[in-house]
Design a protein around this ligand. Structure first.
Ligand SMILES: [Zn+2]
Length: 286
C-alpha cells in the first residue's frame, strides 16, 4: 500500500489528525480520513498554484514570505499565520481610515457643496473628491486660475439618495447591501461618467452576483449606456437562455419600445445560438 497510509471514509474517530480523542488514544500516524487527506492535497495544490502566480508578479516589498509547498503542511501553516497577521493589520488600517465617513456624516470642515438633481445639497471635501475621480477634480478646479474655486458643483443626473450613496462609497470604499440593491445601476453609470474604476468593478461584481432572467433586460440596458462589455455579454447569455420567459413578459414590450437596436442584437444572438445548437445536433447524429 502506498506509504502504508490507510484512508478511512466513514468515521472521524479513525483519523490521527482530526479525531476528537486525546492524542495518546488516537490511531497511528499513518491513519488518515479521506477529508484530511483530500484537504491536505488540495491545500498543497493551491499553494503550488499561488507560488507560480506570485513568482511572476510578486511585489518587491511584500512582507509575506513565499508559500513553499515543497516543505509541507507546516510551512503552509506558517504562511497562513502570516496572512492572518496581515489581515489583522489591514483591518486596523481600515478602522483608522473610517474617520473619513465620519467627516462626511458630521460635515466636519466640509468645503464644497454637491448639488443633486433633487433635494438639498450635500457638504463634502474637495481634497477627498479630487483624489477619487479625475473628472470631479477638474470640475472642482477654478477656471484659468482667475476665478476663485467653486463652492458648489452639480451632479444633476443623480437624485439626493443616489448622490448620498456615491459620496458614501467615495469616503468608505464600500456600501451597505440594501443601498447597493437600490442604486447599483445609477452608481455604475456614475462610475463610468466620473471615471471611478474601483466603483465600476464593485458594481459589476454586485450585478453579476444577482443576474438572472428577472433583471437581464435591465442589465443589458444599463451595460449599453456605459459601454460595459462584461455585463453586456453576461446579460445577453442570460436572455438567450431564458428567452421564452423574457419575450412573452410585459417587461419586454416596454424594453423594446426604448431599445430597438438591442432587440436586433438579441434576435441575432438567438439565431446564432440556434445555429450552433443545430450544428452540434447534426454532428452528433452523423
Ligand atoms: Zn481527519
Amino acid at each position: 500500500m502506498e506509504n502504508q497510509k490507510v484512508f478511512m471514509k466513514k468515521k472521524k474517530m479513525d483519523c490521527c489528525v482530526c479525531s476528537p480523542m486525546a492524542s495518546v488514544f488516537r490511531p497511528p500516524r499513518n491513519t488518515l480520513c479521506l477529508s484530511c487527506y483530500e484537504g491536505a492535497r488540495s491545500m498543497m495544490a493551491f499553494l503550488d498554484k499561488l507560488e507560480s502566480e506570485t513568482d511572476v508578479d510578486k511585489p518587491r516589498n511584500s512582507k509575506v514570505s513565499q508559500p513553499n509547498s515543497t516543505k509541507g503542511i507546516s510551512c503552509a501553516l506558517k504562511w497562513m499565520k502570516e496572512m492572518q497577521e496581515m489581515q489583522k493589520e489591514e483591518n486596523e488600517r481600515m478602522g483608522f481610515l473610517e474617520g473619513f465617513s465620519a467627516a462626511l456624516r458630521d460635515e466636519l470642515h466640509s468645503d464644497v457643496q454637491i448639488k443633486p438633481g433633487d433635494g438639498p445639497s450635500i457638504p463634502a471635501h474637495r481634497a477627498l473628491l479630487a483624489t477619487k475621480s479625475e473628472i470631479l477634480r477638474t470640475m472642482l478646479e477654478c477656471d484659468e486660475c482667475k476665478t476663485p474655486p467653486k463652492d458648489t458643483i452639480s451632479l444633476p443626473e443623480l437624485s439626493h439618495e443616489e448622490l448620498r450613496c456615491l459620496l458614501e462609497f467615495l469616503y468608505r470604499g464600500t456600501l451597505p447591501k440594501e443601498e447597493v440593491e437600490k442604486h447599483v445601476y445609477s452608481l455604475l453609470i456614475a462610475a463610468d461618467k466620473y471615471e471611478i474604476p474601483f466603483l465600476k468593478k464593485f458594481c459589476e461584481r454586485e450585478i453579476l452576483m444577482v443576474l438572472d432572467s428577472s433583471n437581464a433586460l435591465e442589465v443589458l440596458e444599463v451595460s449599453e449606456v456605459c459601454s460595459n462589455s462584461i455585463l453586456k455579454e453576461s446579460a445577453m447569455i442570460s436572455i438567450v437562455k431564458h428567452i421564452e420567459d423574457i419575450v412573452f413578459s410585459t417587461r419586454y414590450d416596454s424594453f423594446a419600445l426604448k431599445n430597438a437596436s438591442l432587440c436586433v442584437e438579441i434576435t441575432r444572438s438567438l439565431l446564432r445560438e440556434a445555429k450552433n445548437r443545430n450544428c452540434v445536433q447534426s454532428s452528433l447524429s452523423n
